[in-house]
Design a binder for this molecule. Structure first.
Ligand code: SAM
Ligand code: SF4
Length: 483
């Protein structure tokens, strides 16, 4: 998935069924048949909520849906955590420092809970799934711990806490799917929405914790996805970003002719929906048919692909169990550019993975250069407990990881600047998001290939697709003039 930050949600900072997963202070929550909880439940209505999200877009989507569920039941959202009666942290386990940030906050909350016993603290998402028992033991002032496949039960679990069920209430069973029903996400961005089309992952990249925090791959049915997309469009959404860990395998578990390109066709037919994007692509699973479909449906399906190489070295790719070689990655890029000439690439890279030599690292530098990515996210390898790579030596010293991180980032900035400068004079279609954060006389939006664009303009253009001539470029953004 793309960026990894702490997010605030609109005015708000943003396996197996295993009933034994419960610490001594925790309470096992067993799954009741899904009932539709009463709207405006008295134990939720009026609750002031502060929801803080760590991690990727999938977490953002989950946060927005949980916020939607709570909003439907009468909860209100507040910007300042000090004003909240309920603090929710949606957590990420992909790298160690994301977990450390949550642990630090949990320590700090002990004193507040002592002062205000009625203040409710909830931890949800990947850390809740992976570390739920430990969190219940170490932080008994937490009230509610909700794993990745129990998020649709959040309001009912909260009601139980408010009814006096002993806490921490631990809900980390792995149901096959999460069903948010007809809830509309409470979104940070009015015009752009995330839409999770599949959960979990069937790959086993040796460094990655996701298959263990999110479970096996489960695709949603096309009819359900289309229905959710229609609700979003009725709510003012113009652009949808479809989410899946290896989105190219969408539908494999459903069988029949369910594929990503079929899904794109069905979504393309929705009147009022202007733009469709999807992430994340896996180099081994990406099919040529996808690129032909992107080109055919290019009025709505945007020419952007997030396909992480992770490394340019075949030796590293093997150790990571990525299932492809450098040459395969390049073949996919060539096929994509041939069939969909407008396409731009975004990548994720891990530096300092176990056993990475200078030569292996050089191979990442040359692959980055050869492909010419529009932008990249570069991560220092972080050992994750429970992953196969935990048994490999974390033998690249931190100093070298830092240096490689800096070199790869610098190279990407140079490539991005060159590519962006080459766009000067071109006309780009931009979906206007809102006023610029730094200068209210300017607007910002995204181009078709997800590039950030700044330009002078007035607020009535927000939510429209406009044409902007590029006049300036930096590595991270373009500036231009309306035409
Ligand atoms: N499913 C996507 C894929 O296959 O590329 C990515 C999922 S992961 C949430 C997002 C990114 O985090 C990965 O692409 C990888 O670069 C990075 N990542 C995952 N595990 C990591 C680890 N243990 N240390 C450092 N970075 C990691
Ligand atoms: Fe993790 Fe690999 Fe699955 Fe991506 S494909 S989520 S990196 S296991």
């Amino acid at each position: 998935m793309l960026d990894e930050h702490e997010h605030s949600l609109r005015g708000v900072e943003t396996s197996e069924h295993n009933p034994d997963l419960c610490g001594p202070e925790g309470t096992v929550y067993s799954v009741d048949p899904l009932k539709v909880a009463a709207k405006n439940h008295p134990l939720v209505a009026g609750t002031k909520v502060h929801l803080l999200t760590f991690g990727c877009q999938m977490n953002k989507y989950d946060s927005e849906m949980v916020a939607g569920l709570l909003g439907e039941r009468g909860a209100a959202f507040v910007e300042n955590p000090e004003d909240a009666g309920l603090l929710i942290m949606n957590t990420c386990s992909v790298r160690g420092h994301a977990e450390d940030r949550v642990y630090n906050r949990l320590h700090l909350l002990k004193e507040r809970k002592r002062r205000e016993p009625g203040f409710t603290i909830a931890v949800m998402g990947c850390m809740a799934q992976k570390e739920g028992e430990q969190i219940a033991k170490k932080f008994p002032w937490v009230d509610l711990i909700v794993g990745t496949r129990m998020l649709d039960e959040f309001p009912r679990l909260l009601e139980r806490v408010r009814e006096g069920t002993p806490t921490p209430l631990l809900a980390i069973e792995t149901k096959p799917d999460v069903k948010f029903g007809e809830t509309v996400a409470r979104r940070e961005n009015k015009f752009m929405a995330y839409l999770t089309v599949m959960r979990g992952c069937n790959k086993r990249c040796t460094y990655c914790v996701v298959p263990y925090t999110r479970g096996p791959e489960v695709s949603r049915r096309i009819t359900d996805i289309v229905a959710e997309a229609r609700r979003l469009v009725a709510d003012g959404v113009l652009e949808i970003m479809l989410l899946g860990q290896t989105i190219d395998t969408y539908g494999y578990d459903l069988g029949g002719d369910n594929t990503l390109w079929k899904l794109l066709r069905e979504l393309h037919a929705i009147e009022g929906l202007k733009r469709i994007r999807f992430i994340t692509s896996h180099p081994e699973e990406c099919r040529e048919e996808l690129f032909s479909t992107m080109h055919e449906l290019r009025d709505k399906v945007m020419p952007f692909i997030h396909m992480p190489p992770q490394s340019g070295s075949d030796r590293m790719l093997r150790r990571m169990a990525r299932g492809y070689r450098r040459e395969r990655y390049l073949e996919v890029v060539r096929a994509a550019r041939e069939r969909c000439p407008e396409i731009e690439f975004c990548g994720d890279w891990i530096v300092g993975f176990s056993g990475e030599t200078d030569q292996d690292f050089e191979a990442s530098l040359t692959l980055m250069e050869e492909v010419g990515f529009q932008f990249s996210y570069v991560f220092k390898y972080s050992v994750r407990e429970g992953t196969p790579a935990q048994n490999l030596d974390d033998d690249v010293p931190e100093e070298i990881k830092k240096e490689r991180h800096a070199r790869l980032t610098e190279l990407q900035e140079r490539i991005s600047l060159q590519r962006n400068q080459a766009k000067i004079g071109r006309i780009e279609e931009v979906l206007v998001d809102g006023p610029s954060k730094h200068d209210s006389s300017r607007l910002t939006g995204r181009t078709r290939s997800f590039q950030l664009m700044h330009f002078p303009g007035t607020p009535e253009l927000v939510g429209q697709i406009v044409r902007v001539k590029v006049t300036q470029a930096t590595p991270l953004s373009l500036s231009g003039e309306l035409i």
